[in-house]
Design a protein around this ligand. Structure first.
Ligand code: GLV
Length: 336
């Protein structure tokens, strides 16, 4: 649907449904093609829609590969409404002179809250016991029903100690936990101190020592299957695993086997390989908490992410007289 009739404004596509006030804001500056029906575009449809567009607001459900970027002659900016951007070939965008932006920071605390919700639900068997109750099985209270793992006083292992990982670690102070972490590089001492005196360890040490392992690292070729059968075998049989990051960081088939054979106690998963078509065997397991990729989905945070993506697009396509770069430009080399 073309919602603006202006001739000279840059043309943009908003690829998924978004808050109406963001469409209104964008329409003040751009000729906007929106998708409030929230139809999922096929690769061919996206290619066709981007032929005459200067910019696009995308989400992590739109794949933006090199072939697409090279085939859209007018495209100057791809603004992702997510902190992760593994759906976009940034190197190809840079080569094609296209700016790429994401929405960092605005979602750190909300995502960290959700990491804790998932960790607590997993360790204390909240969804499993609720399903059992709803199914009418609760005939009498038992002293040993749904025994779970303690969170307080336990060792928290964070793999990927960026801003969200640090926010998760900070919350563990109230639970009197020890924090160990693994990351591409060690944090500065003041950041480690704020993150509940987190101790930098190897991935192997983390997997062997942690009672609760939380994954918050970005997805890339290098982080593909960071947790596979070999890693799951290193974990304690009483341990829980929480994946808040991206599908593909965990080998889901190996995780299903580990959960089924009780090689680890339980998992809490917000992201999956090939989502939303997650592996059907997850559904048959009682020791896994499953959520549909909603870690940043609080009302204020989703509004903030949408506003952040819109501001990035405004700065990319309509720079001020000083030519400021979009605030969250991932490939500044594109501007020379
Ligand atoms: C959500 O998954 C994000 O990357 O923001």
């Amino acid at each position: 649907m073309n919602t603006s009739n202006s001739v000279n404004k840059p043309k943009i596509l908003v690829a998924r449904a978004i808050f109406p006030e963001v469409i209104s804001l964008l329409e003040q500056h751009f000729d906007v093609e929106s998708n409030q029906a929230d139809h999922i575009f096929s690769a061919a449809e996206l290619l066709q829609k981007l032929q005459d567009k200067d910019g696009v607001i995308a989400t992590s459900s739109e794949a933006i590969p090199a072939a697409l970027l090279q085939a859209c002659p007018r495209l100057k900016a791809v603004c992702n409404q997510a902190v992760g951007y593994n759906n976009i070939d940034v190197a190809a965008a840079t080569k094609a002179g296209i700016m790429v932006t994401n929405t960092p920071d605005v979602l750190n605390e909300t995502t960290a809250d959700f990491g804790w919700a998932l960790l607590m639900a997993t360790a204390r068997r909240i969804t499993e016991s609720e399903h059992w109750l709803r199914a009418g099985h609760w005939k009498q209270w038992r002293f040993d029903s749904f025994l779970g793992a303690d969170v307080h006083g336990a060792t928290l292992g964070v793999i990927g100690m960026g801003r969200i990982g640090q926010a998760i670690a900070r919350r563990s102070i109230g639970f009197d936990m020890q924090v160990i972490y693994h990351n591409r590089s060690r944090l500065a001492p003041d950041l480690e101190a704020r993150a509940n005196n987190a101790r930098f360890v190897s991935k192997e040490e983390l997997l062997r020592q942690a009672d609760h392992v939380v994954l918050v690292l970005p997805y890339s070729k290098e982080s593909h299957h960071t947790i596979a059968a070999q890693e799951l075998a290193m974990m304690k049989p009483s341990a829980t695993l929480v994946n808040l990051a991206r599908g593909g960081i965990v080998d889901d088939v190996a995780l299903i086997a580990a959960l089924r054979d009780r090689k680890i106690a339980a998992a809490g998963l917000d992201v999956f390989e090939n989502e939303p078509a997650l592996h059907p065997d997850f559904l048959a397991l009682s020791n896994v908490v499953l959520t549909p990729h909603i870690a940043s989905a609080s009302e204020p945070t989703r509004r903030a992410m949408a506003a952040c993506a819109a501001n990035n697009l405004l700065a990319a396509l309509l720079p001020g007289k000083d030519g400021e770069l979009p605030p969250n430009l991932l490939n500044p080399e594109v501007k020379g």
